[in-house]
Design a protein around this ligand. Structure first.
Ligand code: PLP
Length: 396
């Protein structure tokens, strides 16, 4: 029986083993563990990859969300809007910046923040603070200072209307691009394609091993086009110091280390190819599913070039489908089974079942299929066969 993993992190590293080992040797021989040229080079090249002016390497994507918000001026006691169907790191970053997460539901087809629902929330459920022009949430009585759209599964949120709303309410936009390295969005307003990480005030990236660009350990980054938040994030990651032992503020220990930066540099050279391969795999799944009518391929609007961090389909009998595929040796995942507003960790936010019906329904139905650049056409055909005979079984 074939064994098709949900994610294969062994093959890509085997292919790069000599280069990656050389990074480790070089790190040992120079003892350049923290800071230095390897990090600066990676930051420079990753900023360029994202069409952003600045990149600041960090210890994780969670730190990236937190530091980006802090650097953008989000203050303790404020509220930050995001979506309920994301990894908890998004809201952890918000809470760790001292703010309260507040949720708005997502679009049924893209799973990303729905600009219309955002508008409705700002117009109907908030009052305008006369002084700042910012919304005051009636639900919490707090000033809302930022929006964190999540580019979920590698596809960007519909940024034009989100930015327009943000502008009219004086809100900062921080992209959670932790799943979207290289994803693109066609801005009608600017009449051009734009990269994830180049659109908001700042953006958070994660280099967790399974991400499209992954370290061999923990790592993340903030990108921005503004010198000021870049400077602020640099201080925050390094104990608030502007130079050694001179602390402007109290900061954190949130640096990217040189070993991971060196590894990321090696892998960055392949990211464009890998993303292209992911898009080809997505096309192939679509072709297989459309031919059979078996599963619902993900929706990619004409303004989006997704990088398929995850390939997510939907089914009402998720347990059945996952078990069937498991018996065939096919790995799958669920991203994410419980929306954040219903997590035990957030009972104090006092949301209820039914508050975000689109996110809740998605959480009950989404299945992530095997998706990685090295996935072969033969493996995909086998996955499609599994889904096809599952759905024909279900019909009977
Ligand atoms: C992975 C991820 C993060 C956090 O990244 P870490 O590097 O694991 O801290 C944040 N947001 C989203 C949407 C993610 O997928």
């Amino acid at each position: 029986m074939p064994n098709i993993p949900f994610l294969d992190l062994v093959t890509p590293h085997r292919e790069l083993e000599a280069e990656l080992t050389a990074v480790f040797q070089n790190t040992l021989r120079t003892a350049g563990f923290i800071g230095g040229p390897v990090i600066e080079k990676f930051e420079h090249d990753f900023a360029q990859f994202c069409d952003a002016k600045h990149c600041v390497g960090l210890a994780s994507g969670t730190d990236a969300v937190r530091f980006a918000l802090m650097a953008a001026g989000v203050e303790p006691g404020e509220s930050v809007i995001t979506v309920p169907n994301t990894f908890i790191a998004t809201t952890e970053g918000i809470s760790q910046a001292g703010a309260l997460p507040e949720f708005v539901d997502v679009d049924e087809r893209t799973y990303n923040l729905d600009p219309e629902k955002l508008r409705e929330y700002l117009e109907r459920h908030c009052d305008k603070d006369q002084e700042s022009g910012r919304p005051i949430s009636r639900r919490t009585g707090r000033i809302i200072s930022a929006i964190v759209p999540v580019h979920l599964y590698g596809q960007m949120a519909d940024m034009d209307p989100i930015l327009e709303l943000a502008n009219s309410y004086n809100l900062v936009v921080i992209e959670d691009a932790c799943q979207a390295h290289g994803a693109e969005y066609f801005s009608k307003k600017d009449n051009r394609w734009k990269k994830a990480g180049s659109i908001g005030k700042a953006a958070a990236f994660s280099f967790y091993p399974g991400k499209n660009l992954g370290a061999c350990g923990e790592a993340g980054a903030v990108t921005t086009n503004d010198a000021e938040p870049a400077h602020e994030v640099r201080m925050l990651r390094d104990h608030g110091q502007s130079r050694k032992y001179y602390h402007e503020i109290e900061g954190y220990n949130g640096r990217l280390d040189a070993l991971q930066a060196g590894i990321l540099q090696v892998k960055l050279a392949h990211l464009e190819t890998w993303n292209k391969q992911r898009r080809e795999r997505a096309d192939e799944y679509k072709r297989l599913f459309e031919a059979s009518g078996a599963a619902l391929p993900p929706y990619e609007p004409s303004w989006s070039r997704a990088v398929y961090h995850l390939y997510v389909v939907r089914t009402e009998d998720r347990d059945g489908m996952m078990n069937h595929l498991k018996e065939m040796g096919i790995g799958t995942g669920i991203h994410y089974p419980v929306p954040l507003h219903l997590q035990t960790a957030y009972t104090s936010l006092q949301y209820r079942l039914g508050d975000f019906p689109v996110a809740e329904k998605a959480a009950a139905e989404v299945v992530s299929l095997p998706m990685f650049p090295q996935l072969s056409a033969k493996q995909q055909a086998y996955v499609a066969e599994g889904i096809l005979n599952f759905t024909s079984m279900a019909v009977r």
